[in-house]
Design a binder for this molecule. Structure first.
Ligand SMILES: [Ca+2]
Ligand SMILES: [Ca+2]
Ligand SMILES: [Ca+2]
Ligand SMILES: [Ca+2]
Length: 230
């Protein structure tokens, strides 16, 4: 019985590994890195990076950002809450990435990284002036694979709290995972050209070699056969 259970478990694990793990995460509340789904990813043998802009620069390896610029601490700045060292509902003492157009894009460079991220995302943190209403907007997130084909979208999502300062309770994580690699992630605003994001995060999770999975499967079948004989 124990052996049979082991075999079933092994085969289930094989199936899970073969299934293409891809998708767009549901937007979720985000005040610190550990709130986001990427904090639960096991990157063993791979790589991961968090860009929180707290050194005043956008210097994440292998990523090009467009549509924004690093914003220093100030009343209008809306960093992720934890970046100033205290979870106090405010991000104005941290740095964020200020977007002055309708779209922000982060493009991953495979020639620098050696791979495309299997996981990537960031936090939307604030909107200022907006044709919808001051401090409110709608946004849509999208991720693309290495061929430029859309992996999926999330939105339009209503964001904002009516405040243009550093309140953090409204902040939302957007992201995607795609085993074959993510080449670009973007967020588009419907109404505003005055908003912020923060905590760009991405990583590469190695997938098991098909050969080793085949060996595992054959081994499991062998166990079952031997068990039946005895
Ligand atoms: Ca804070
Ligand atoms: Ca920050
Ligand atoms: Ca706000
Ligand atoms: Ca905010």
């Amino acid at each position: 019985m124990y052996l049979r259970r082991t075999v079933v478990l092994a085969l289930t694990l094989c199936g899970a590994a073969f299934a293409s793990a891809q998708g767009i995460y549901s937007p979720s509340q985000y005040q610190k890195f550990s709130d986001g789904p990427l904090s639960f990813v096991d990157y063993s043998g791979g790589y991961s990076h968090l860009e929180n802009f707290e050194d005043g620069a956008f210097n994440a390896p292998g990523v090009i950002g467009s549509g924004g610029a690093v914003l220093s601490p100030g009343v209008q700045t809306d960093s992720v809450d934890e970046d100033d060292g205290i979870l106090n509902g405010l991000g104005s003492a941290g740095h964020s990435y200020y977007v002055s157009g309708n779209k922000v894009e982060f493009t991953f460079d495979k020639s620098v990284l050696g791979w495309l991220p299997t996981h990537a995302g960031f936090a939307w943190t604030d909107v200022g002036f907006s044709d919808l209403a001051l401090g409110f907007d709608q946004v849509i997130f999208e991720a693309f694979d290495g061929a430029g084909v859309s992996i999926g979208t999330s939105g339009w999502t209503l964001v904002g709290d009516g405040n243009t300062t550093g309140e953090t309770a409204e902040d939302i994580f957007f992201g995607a995972n795609h085993a074959a690699g993510i080449a670009k992630i973007s967020l588009t605003s419907k109404f505003s050209t005055d908003w912020e994001v923060d905590h760009l995060q991405y990583g590469y999770q190695p997938v098991p070699e098909p050969a080793s999975l085949a060996v595992l499967t054959l081994g499991a079948l062998g166990l079952l056969r031997r068990r039946k004989k005895s």
